[in-house]
Every structure is written in C-alpha cells, then in structure tokens.
Ligand binder design. Structure first.
Ligand SMILES: C[S@@+](CC[C@H](N)C(=O)[O-])C[C@H]1O[C@@H](n2cnc3c(N)ncnc32)[C@H](O)[C@@H]1O
Ligand code: SF4
Ligand code: SF4
Length: 402
C-alpha cells in the first residue's frame, strides 16, 4: 500500500480500491478501461454520502443528524443538485450514496438518480424502509439505482423499534427487503452497535444472511447528533477490541461481505491476526480487505449535507466548504480539513506514529466528540505503538531514513 496518494485512475493502487463500501449501500464499478478525468489529482473521491434531505420518518436514538420529520428550510434545490452531480462527474466517478434522513421524501429523487446514472456515477440509496414499495422499487430500477442499504439495529422488532423509536419500523424494513428482493435488487444491511444491541449482533448477522443481503456493515457508534446522548451506551475500548476480533473471525465464515465500518482499528486487528498466523496481507491474497483503510474521510470519502455543506464524513460535524459558494471539486482539493486528513503523520497522540496509521487512521469524528480536536488519537483504541514507531515517524518528518 502506498504511503501517500493514490495513483489516479487505477483502482488497485487505491487504498480503498474500487467498490469499497462505507456508510451506505455500495458495490463494484463495472470493469473495463476508464478514461482518466482526474486532472492529475493525487486524491479522488471514491464514495460520497449525500444527505438529500434531513427530513425523516424515523426518530432513531443514535441519529448523527438528529433528524426529525421536516420540512427543513433551505435544502438544496433540484438545480443545485444537478449541478453538484455534474461537477463531481467532471473529475471522478465515485459511488454516490443518496441518503438522509429519508432520501425518498424528495420529489425529485428519481430525476437526480437518473442524472447521476447518465453521468456514469454509481448511484445507490439508503432509505429507511417505509417508502420502499413494489412501485418505488420499479422507479429505483428505472433510474439506475444499483444497490440499497437498510438499517437493522436489533434482531427482533422490539429491539429495533426501541432503537428507531417508531413502532412498526422493523416490519417495514422486512417488507421493504421483500420488495427489493422480488425485483432482484441487491441490498445490504447496516447495523449501529451500542450496548443496546451488542449481544444481538450474531443474530443480526444471521438474519442478514437469511434475508439474502449481499453485505452486512456493522457501524460503531459515533457520539454525535442524538448519538451524543448515548456516550454511556458506547462499548468500552476493551469490549471494542473483543468485538472487532469477533468481526475478524467471522469474515471467512460468512457468505456475504462482512465489513466493519467506521471502526478503523479493525484494520489494525485484521493485520495483527493475520501476522500471528504468518500471513502477509496483500491485494492478491485478501482482495478488498487489503486495499481498504479504516477511516477514509477526506481521503476517498466525503459527505455533502442537505444544505450543501461539505464534511469529511457525516459524523464529523465540521464544515469544510459549501457547494453553494464554490464547486465541490475545489473544496475537495483545497479544504484545510481535507488536507489535514491526508497527513497521517501529523495526527496527535498514538495515531500520529502508530505502525498501523496508514491502514487505520483512527476515527477523527470520535476523537472530535471527546476532545473537540479531530486530529487527536482515537479514544477507543487500546493499542500502544512502540517507541521505535515514534522514532521512525519523527525521523521521517525530519526527512530521515524511515
Ligand atoms: C447513511 S446512514 C443511513 C441513513 C438512513 N437514514 C438510516 O439511518 O438507515 C448509514 C448508517 O449510519 C448509522 N448511523 C446514524 N447515526 C449514527 C451514529 N451517531 N453513530 C454510528 N452510526 C450511525 C445509521 O444507523 C445507518 O445504519
Ligand atoms: S493507535 Fe490510532 S492508528 Fe494505531 S491502531 Fe490505534 S487507532 Fe489506529
Ligand atoms: S472520521 Fe470516523 S466516522 Fe468519519 S469516516 Fe472516519 S472512521 Fe468513519
């Protein structure tokens, strides 16, 4: 894996590879020769989570957006949305996660999806469930949506509905899944893990498999938005370590892509465990797992809010620019926060010198939630990198041998 940058237009050289998933539903871009439109950029967005509206028909206890049923004022207009897609497609062809809130509450959702598809972007969607009917699944297909993600936060209706704070939420997701399955649309399951549902995780994974999901992405809580009130429900660092180790053990046993998300030090544990077995992690032996990186925020991932504010991800509520004032491409290239995200050696504390910083990076949003400094070390990691690692980093910064 490269230390810096990603040879553009070459998915294999990119730390996250083509088709690497993140906050929503994702999948693989089509194969075949790709025209280089990168303009020589070292860093390119591979995945953009786009909050099309913050309005939502659920009321989840952990919601980063603290979303409620709107309407919200000042959301991006259709014209602004089309312009944003044009700008993105002019320099990269990322996966666009149409998310919310409930993205399907927008009247122009199919027009936007169609436009993105026409531009060669891979359009995917993260709806809540209630609005996914046989008719709307047809519209998804017609507009080129390639995958949908659904959140399941409990193995039973009781746990899930308590988390999502709407009766019938679980049943609505089951119905939605039935509808997308009937239409042959691939879907993935996302689960946010807290002490509420940690014990149910094996059953939720089983459920995802039985339902026929192509992927299950467990998210680790980021205490932001309404989630800030759940700080005491976050699993502690030792439990976190055990859980990520359990994730590692599942990866070869399950018939779907099981990918811990926003749990950056999973990639440290993954490498440590393979090393214990004498195995070196390479793209040839481990595919996407070898090319994925823990935190991709600002490096190959970005978030755009319902009013056009750009962030490294939806969980780090720090504005990096505004697409109403300048094109996304300019913000992507020049934002101070985005630049900081790409300079791993400058991270504070252990994350700045850890041997695993290139594959992990620590969660910048969790650091921010605890210290108000997104450059600080990941508060939920128990790993203590060696002094030698620190020396190597310091020498490297001085231009020394490392
Ligand atoms: C793109 S969002 C999907 C949005 C969609 N409205 C939903 O909640 O299903 C992806 C995932 O982030 C999760 N999420 C939201 N707030 C979170 C938080 N504070 N910490 C961790 N995950 C969170 C959601 O539950 C969802 O599974
Ligand atoms: S110290 Fe930081 S970079 Fe190293 S494994 Fe832990 S979270 Fe990742
Ligand atoms: S800062 Fe944290 S929540 Fe945001 S992309 Fe990185 S790991 Fe995920």
């Amino acid at each position: 894996m490269q230390e810096k940058g990603h040879p553009t237009g070459h998915p294999k050289g990119h730390p996250h590879g083509g088709g690497h998933g993140h906050h929503g539903a994702e999948g693989k871009h089509g194969a075949g020769p790709v025209e280089d439109i990168s303009g020589g950029r070292k860093w390119l967005p591979k995945l953009i989570a786009w909050e099309l509206t913050r309005s939502c028909n659920l009321d989840c206890i952990h919601c980063r957006a603290a979303a409620r049923f709107g309407p919200y004022p000042n959301e991006l207009t259709t014209e602004e949305c089309l312009k944003f897609l044009d700008n993105v497609a002019s320099f990269s062809k990322p996966i666009i996660i149409m998310t919310g809130g409930e993205p399907m509450l927008r009247d122009d959702i199919w027009e936007l999806a169609k436009h993105g598809t026409k531009l060669g972007l891979r359009m995917v969607m993260a709806p809540c469930g209630f609005l996914v009917t046989e008719e709307t699944v047809q519209k998804m297909k017609e507009s080129g949506i390639q995958r949908v993600s659904f959140s399941i936060d409990g193995a039973t209706a009781e746990t899930h509905d308590n988390f999502r704070r709407v009766n019938g939420a679980f049943d609505s997701v089951m119905k939605a899944i039935e509808n997308v399955k009937k239409a042959g649309m691939p879907f993935q399951i996302n689960t946010t893990i807290t002490n509420h549902n940690l014990k149910e995780l094996p059953q939720i994974l089983d459920l995802a498999i039985k339902l026929g999901a192509v992927a299950h992405h467990p998210f680790l809580l980021v205490p932001t938005g309404r989630g800030a009130q759940l700080k005491d429900q976050a699993i502690d660092p030792a439990e976190y370590e055990k859980t990520l180790t359990w994730f590692y053990e599942q990866r070869e046993k399950v018939p779907l892509q099981f990918k811990p998300t926003c749990a950056p030090h999973y990639y440290r544990i993954f490498r440590q465990k393979e090393r214990e077995k004498g195995i070196t992690v390479t793209p040839e032996t481990h595919g996407l797992d070898a090319m994925s990186k823990g935190c991709m925020g600002g490096q190959s991932f970005a978030f755009v809010s319902n009013t056009g504010k750009v962030q490294i991800c939806g969980f780090l509520d720090v504005e990096c620019g505004d697409i109403r004032k300048e094109p996304f491409s300019v913000i992507w290239d020049t934002s101070k926060v985005f630049q900081e995200m790409r300079a791993w050696d400058e991270y504070n504390g252990r994350c700045g010198y850890c041997e695993f910083r290139k594959v992990c990076g620590g969660c910048r949003a969790r650091a921010f939630a605890y210290t108000k400094n997104y450059m600080d070390e990941e508060p939920f990691c128990t790993y203590q990198p060696g002094e030698a690692a620190k020396k190597a980093r310091d020498e490297k910064k001085k231009g020394g041998p490392a």
